[in-house]
Design a protein around this ligand. Structure first.
Ligand code: ADP
Length: 223
């Protein structure tokens, strides 16, 4: 069980307050590489999982904390009748207008950070042996530098990524290529990895690699 000091009762301590208390692991990889599959396996082994992509979806789901701010900034046109963010419409806008992406991120990034901190503290306090932060753009971002004890990268050939995402998200090849083009290159990601999880085979092979990673992390006694 971890006791973490908070700056005040209302403001959660920043993630850095967790450093040294338990291993902090970053898990990244390109879209469709297998991050969610790996994090589900690690969760089964007892890891505390904080999935920033899931948080991004939650805050933009009906009733999500980002929705009123998005409505104010972009108008009701960018919401679904359910009250959720209209993802297809927003995706088209931010690909066409980098300035719109900035405005959207100014709303979502602080909220994702806030929820990430909340979930991390909750997991740590509930006794998770280590925390895994699933961050799609970990390599591209500077805000995780200095925090993580270990970076795990899920890797697979680009063609496998494209096939998986076309199938999972019902996107065209061109749409998937557009997303891939905005992400770090495979080799740049691998260059920053402490561990590479190879996900070009079946789920059994991936599971064996995940077990090895788990053993390595629980073996980190001094972080
Ligand atoms: P990410 O979270 O990185 O976008 P996912 O874990 O969601 O990727 O994987 C993308 C898709 O590919 C999912 O539908 C998942 O079930 C499937 N998938 C992932 N790894 C494998 C594998 N080794 N064999 C078969 N399907 C896989």
């Amino acid at each position: 069980m971890v006791t973490i000091a908070s700056k005040s009762n209302t403001e959660p301590a920043d993630l850095i307050a967790l450093k040294g208390h338990l291993p902090l692991i970053g898990l990244t990889g390109g879209i469709g590489s297998g991050k969610t599959t790996v994090s589900d396996l690690l969760k089964g082994l007892g890891a505390g999982i904080i999935d920033t992509d899931l948080i991004a979806h939650q805050i933009t789901a009906p009733g999500g904390i980002a929705i009123p701010l998005i409505e104010k900034e972009f108008g009701q046109d960018y919401l679904e009748p359910s009250g959720a963010l209209n993802r297809a419409k927003m995706r088209a806008l931010v690909f066409a207008q980098p300035e719109a992406r900035k405005r959207l991120e100014q709303i979502t990034h602080p909220l994702i950070r806030q929820e990430t901190i909340k979930e991390a503290l909750k997991s740590a306090k509930s006794g998770a042996p280590y925390l895994v932060f699933v961050v799609p753009l970990l390599i591209e971002s500077t805000s995780w530098q200095g925090l993580l004890d270990h970076i795990a990268v899920v890797d697979c050939p680009e063609e496998t990524q494209i096939d998986r995402v076309m199938q999972r998200n019902k996107l065209s090849r061109a749409e998937v290529l557009q997303i891939l083009g905005a992400q770090a290159k495979r080799q740049d990601r691998i260059a920053q990895a402490d561990t590479v999880l190879h996900n070009h085979g079946d789920l059994e092979a991936l599971s064996a690699e995940v077990h090895d990673l788990h053993q390595k992390i629980v073996g980190i006694t001094k972080v």
